[in-house]
Structures are given as structure tokens and as C-alpha cells.
Design a protein around this ligand. Structure first.
Ligand code: NAD
Length: 493
């Protein structure tokens, strides 16, 4: 078991720890009663401490966003686009600092932290283009079957939106909300996760640096109390939430109380379906990436391997060897392939699943243990032939834990993959493209990868079916999520 954290002096680089909240264009000291301690999960040592926002500060942030709305929405798309491009430039300029902070606070290996920065930059640049296009598309005519009338479509910003995000991809998840919302003309209150609050402070610093009008983006930091106060705040027009199903359900209740729109990006228990015509080595590489990237702490982790019975034994053997060989360690100590879990709570949760697997009598081919070093590390873990009733087969573990089942026919593979309350993503591996396309069409999820893994492009949509959420992010769908459609119909007579 890793040692209990001990407090050391706060050293959080250039991030304001005394004035962590960004409200109405000003940095403010926390007036709430939650003390937020930020840890390095590779050592378990705290490296910063912040005071959370008070409920009054949540009110102030919402009020600031409301006050900023008329002027921000009145700007042309091209003007808002200019700000988005400057966000992208500034993220790029802060690459070194953001890289270090993600490695330290998220335990991300350097190449993963770097990809997150690329993703955030690409997102702001993409929505900069869509913001410009808004100017051309506004007030477009709608063809009508009935003569004597003309109708025009307007797409207007939804208004003041709260963005509540988790800790696993802090730069990216926030960018996927901030960029389209700003492009649409919304004003915002962002609540980062209390586990990684310093990373999103960069978005406040960038707002300062580029002269974003005060109040357009506000950032309040806190945990459950601040999240609950924000998601139930009467001054909002919409909430966009990414996180767990348990909290998502509470956020949905709060939205129901106010009868207002909501986007939910929730959990997953996604399948990776491997047919017997695959290249075994390539398949192993994709399977490992699908469950070990970000130490398996991905909503889109492909944590259920569904493999053809003809290759099952050989594939699992290869996989066990690959898991055992994976270099797990502190990203600050050189090239590692997988970092630690994010927190003591997450580490304890994954270890509880190891214990449960023992109780359930699951066959373990690799891992199922913590790493003998300080830090919240676990080894990548493989359980073979896990029964459908097992909690490990059904629940989102959020760690590098892969459960497998075998199939004998294409239909059985589809049935196994679809037998889940979640429906976020899936991967299909086969050299028969027609079959792969057929299976992709039959899978009840929001995104399918064929012969690739976790490849997310800003032009395509992101979001799930079933319990994985409501709505879509990215692409034009991500912009629509922050727009309201209005029609103006006029009699020509
Ligand atoms: P979480 O639900 O615990 O927290 C998410 C956010 O909600 C945090 O900012 C937290 O402070 C806040 N919060 C906590 N209690 C709240 C309340 N009562 N009301 C309002 N807000 C509250 O999730 P997490 O542990 O930070 O992240 C992991 C989860 O996020 C996983 O389930 C994962 O699948 C999901 N996730 C989904 C996606 C997606 O795109 N579908 C992406 C990333 C993560």
C-alpha cells in the first residue's frame, strides 16, 4: 500500500494557488470551506493547496457570465473566431508548462500529455473556423411548400452555460466544451475537477493574456459542494457535464428541477471485438493501447475483449506477455508506457476489484496487484473467460483491467458487445472490411473504430448511447449543443 500523503510546501509553478478562482476577469481567493489538496500521484505527495470557492462566489461567477452575455453574443462569428485562434496559439506557447503539469498532476507519460495539448489546440482551431462560418449561415432562407411566406433560420447562443468536467483529460475535456460554446456566443462558468484544478487555470490565464472580455469565461474550483451549487444554479441556461454516472444522475435531477437543457458525457464499458483473421501482434498492440492508455482511466477504455475462440488462447498468451512487459512508472523518471492511477481513492477502488475478482474466482493471466513502489500504481491486469454476471464484466473500473470472453459467430460477438448498460465506443479488429463494417453498424454505441484504437478527430462526434450519456460533442454537433434554433416566418402579402 502506498504511504499516506504528507504535506510539503506548495510549488505549483506559475499557477495562482492563493487566488485560484477566475471571476469577472479577476483572480480571487477562495472563500469556501473546502480545502483542495493537489497531489502528484507518482509519489502520493501533495504539491499545492487551494481554498475552494464559496457559494457566493459561484453566484458571482454566474452573474458575471450573465452580464457578459449581451456583448459577447453580439460579436460577429469572425470576431469570436479571433479569440479562439489566440486560445490555440497560447496553449501552444505554454506547451512546456502544460506538459509538466499534466505529467505531475495526472501522471501522464510525456507522449500522452503531448497528445492532449495537440488535441486542445486542434479543437480551438477547428471551432475558430466554424465560428467564422456562422456569419455566412445566419438568417438563411428555408424553402417552403406553401406560397406567400418566407422563413429564415437563425442559430443563437443558448446563453449562460455551466461546464463541469472530470480529471482524466482536463485540458481536452474542457477544450471540447469551451471552444464550441465560445464559438456559439455563450458565456461560461467552468468547474474543473478538484483533483486537477491547476491545469484548467491555464484557460483563465490565457483569457487574461488575449484580452477576452471579462465574464465571458469564469472558473470556480471546488469539489462536490461547488459542483452541486453550480449545476442547480437558477441563473444558467444549460449545463454540460462530463463525469461519472452517479454524479451525472444528480446533475440531471438538478436540470430537471429547472427544466433546462443538459449534455451528459458519462461512463463506459466498451468492447473490443477481435476476429480470427487479424494480425495477432497488431491486435495485441491495439488491445493494450485501448486499456492501458491513461492507465485505463478513460471513459472510452475498451475494457471488454471479445475474441474469436479459434485465436483466443494464443491471443491471451501474447497479451499476458505484453502486459507483464509494460513499463509502469513515474513519468518524471524517464520513458514510461503507463503512469499511476490518479488518486488514493481510484487506487483503492481498483484494488477492491482485484479482491472481488479473487472472491469471484476469476482466472487472472497478468497483474491484479499494486506496484511495489510509492505512488498509486497498479500493474495492467488480464482476466480470462469472465462470466457475464461478474461485476468486473459489467462495471466501469476506470483502471488498466481487461476482462475477456470468447465467441464463435459474428452474431454472438455482436450480442456480447451490446450486452451492456453503456454504449460509448467499440473497436472491431478484422482484415475482412465488409464484416467489420457490418459489425460496426450493429453495435449500439456512439463511435466505432475499425482496425484502430482511441483515434478521436475533432471533425467527428463524441458521445454515447444508453447510459453513456445524452448529446454529442465535437464536430458541428458540438457547436449545435450550444445553439438554439429560431425561425422567423413572415407573410409576403
Ligand atoms: P465525477 O463524476 O466524480 O466528477 C466529475 C465532476 O463533477 C468533477 O468536477 C466533480 O467535482 C463534479 N461533481 C462532484 N459531485 C458533484 C455534484 N453533486 N454535482 C455536480 N458536480 C459534481 O467523475 P470523475 O471521477 O472526475 O471522472 C471519471 C468519470 O468521468 C468516469 O465515469 C468516466 O467514464 C467519465 N468520463 C466520461 C467522458 C465522456 O466523454 N463520456 C470523458 C471523461 C470522463
Amino acid at each position: 500500500m502506498p504511504p499516506a500523503p504528507s504535506l510539503t510546501p506548495a510549488t505549483a509553478g506559475s499557477h495562482p494557488t492563493n487566488t485560484p478562482h477566475y471571476i469577472a476577469g479577476q483572480w480571487a481567493a477562495g472563500q469556501g470551506d473546502e480545502a483542495i489538496v493537489v497531489h502528484d500521484p507518482s509519489t502520493t505527495r501533495p504539491f499545492a493547496e487551494l481554498q475552494g470557492a464559496s457559494l457566493t462566489q459561484v453566484d458571482q461567477a454566474v452573474a458575471a457570465a450573465r452580464a457578459a452575455l449581451p456583448a459577447w453574443r453580439a460579436l460577429s462569428g469572425a470576431e469570436r473566431s479571433g479569440y479562439l485562434r489566440r486560445f490555440a496559439e497560447q496553449i501552444e506557447q505554454r506547451r512546456g508548462e502544460l506538459l509538466a503539469l499534466q505529467m505531475r498532476n495526472n501522471g501522464k507519460p510525456e507522449h500522452e500529455a503531448s497528445i492532449d495539448i495537440d488535441d486542445a489546440v486542434a479543437t480551438f482551431n477547428y471551432y475558430a473556423v466554424l465560428a467564422e462560418q456562422l456569419d455566412a449561415g445566419q438568417d438563411s432562407d428555408v424553402p417552403l411548400a406553401v406560397p406567400g411566406f418566407v422563413a429564415q433560420t437563425r442559430r443563437e447562443p443558448v446563453g449562460v452555460v455551466a461546464l463541469i468536467v472530470p480529471w482524466n483529460f482536463p485540458l481536452v475535456t474542457s477544450a471540447w466544451k469551451l471552444a464550441p460554446a465560445l464559438a456559439a456566443g455563450c458565456t461560461l462558468v467552468l468547474k474543473p475537477s478538484e483533483v486537477t484544478p491547476l491545469i484548467e487555470q491555464a484557460y483563465g490565464q490565457i483569457s487574461d493574456a488575449i484580452g477576452l472580455p471579462a465574464g465571458v469565461l469564469n472558473i470556480v474550483i471546488g469539489a462536490r459542494q461547488v459542483g452541486a451549487a453550480l449545476s442547480s444554479h437558477p441563473g444558467l441556461d444549460k449545463v454540460s457535464f462530463t463525469g461519472s454516472n452517479a454524479v451525472g444522475s444528480q446533475v440531471m435531477h438538478a436540470a430537471a428541477e429547472q427544466c433546462r437543457p443538459l449534455t451528459l458525457e458519462l461512463g463506459g464499458k466498451s468492447a473490443i471485438v477481435v476476429f480470427d483473421d487479424c494480425d495477432l501482434d497488431q491486435a495485441v498492440e491495439w488491445i493494450v493501447a485501448g486499456i492501458c492508455w491513461n492507465a485505463g482511466q478513460m471513459c472510452s477504455a475498451t475494457s471488454r475483449l471479445v475474441v474469436h475462440e479459434r485465436i483466443s488462447d494464443a491471443l491471451l498468451q501474447h497479451l499476458a506477455t505484453a502486459f507483464e512487459a509494460l513499463k509502469v512508472g513515474d513519468p518524471a523518471q524517464g520513458q514510461v508506457e503507463m503512469g499511476p492511477l490518479i488518486s488514493q481513492a481510484q487506487w483503492a477502488k481498483v484494488n477492491d476489484y482485484f479482491a472481488l475478482a479473487q472472491t469471484e474466482g476469476l482466472r487472472c493471466l497478468a497483474g491484479a496487484k499494486a506496484v511495489e513502489q510509492p505512488g498509486w500504481f497498479v500493474r495492467p491486469t488480464l482476466y480470462a473467460d469472465v462470466p457475464s454476471g461478474s461485476r468486473l464484466w459489467n462495471e466501469e473500473i476506470f483502471g488498466p483491467v481487461l476482462c475477456t470472453q470468447r465467441f464463435s459467430s459474428e452474431q454472438q460477438a455482436i450480442d456480447i458487445a451490446n450486452d451492456s448498460r453503456f454504449g460509448l465506443v467499440a473497436t472491431v479488429i478484422s482484415s475482412d472490411l465488409q464484416r467489420a463494417q457490418r459489425v460496426a453498424a450493429a453495435l449500439e454505441v456512439g463511435h466505432v473504430w475499425i482496425n484502430s484504437v482511441q483515434a478521436v478527430f475533432v471533425e467527428t462526434s463524441w458521445g454515447g448511447t444508453k447510459a453513456s450519456g445524452i448529446g454529442r460533442e465535437l464536430g458541428p454537433w458540438g457547436l449545435s449543443a450550444y445553439q438554439s434554433v429560431k425561425h422567423v416566418t413572415r407573410c409576403l402579402g
